[in-house]
Design a protein. Sequence first.
Length: 279
Amino acid sequence: MIDLNNIKHKRIFCFGCSFTFGYGTWADILKRHFGDYPKEDFYIPKDQPQMIYNFSMPGMGNYYIFNTIIEKGLQHEFTKDDLILIEWSGTDREDRFKDGKWHMGMQGHNDKAIIRDWFLDIEGMIKRDYSYIHTVQKMLKRDNIDYEMFSMNGVSRHNPVRAETVYGLAPKESEEIDFLVELYKDTLDELHPSMYKIIFGDETAYPPNRGHHPLPTEHLYYLEKVFNFKPSDELRTHTEIISKNFDTIDYHSMFNNLHSELDHQEFFMKLKSKYYDNT
């Protein structure tokens, strides 16, 4: 495992969904820790000049994450001096690239029966996403590039986020899925415990409140627990402050009011400006 407290990499690339995107996430915490912020915004250690790139996007699934890793690897020419940090999303997400931008697939489609009957298939989604994870691992190993991987909620058949709660698909138990889990065992064993597991203790249920996302202090806890990360006192204080702000948000009300008029990324930027910028 990479020691995040003593890394020598020149660049760090982060990929994921909303559990990685934006202010207060584990990627944002690392960005502040390594000093890749304007001096007026936060204390910067002078001896840590690493650049951190965050290519995550809220609401996206593993197709987006896989495609973005490949494209950014070519664009930025990943080398052995880079560190790649990947948070894989849930297996039941159907993202699409259309008309020049990424979309959250059919998650907002009004006819849930059409989505359930024609597009969602838990076995097919697991088959797709496990191959993405395996391919990225092989690619990075081949090129001798350091990486660490984990997931939002275990990239398992028991994804509570949409398939079970919104579209009525029960967790699928089948010999075919059991075969895939066994086939990709070495691939999956490389992933660190999921954020759901470490922070909420359960990969099969929604986390409590706050739009089903961790607080910044919980993101920090994940880094400490899984990677033995050691933040500065200033960084810990910062995460505590923004967590207090975030914990008072009527998140669902704000989400419903804003999300109807904004795409997911614009919503999170609105959230940032309203609750984080004055900390």
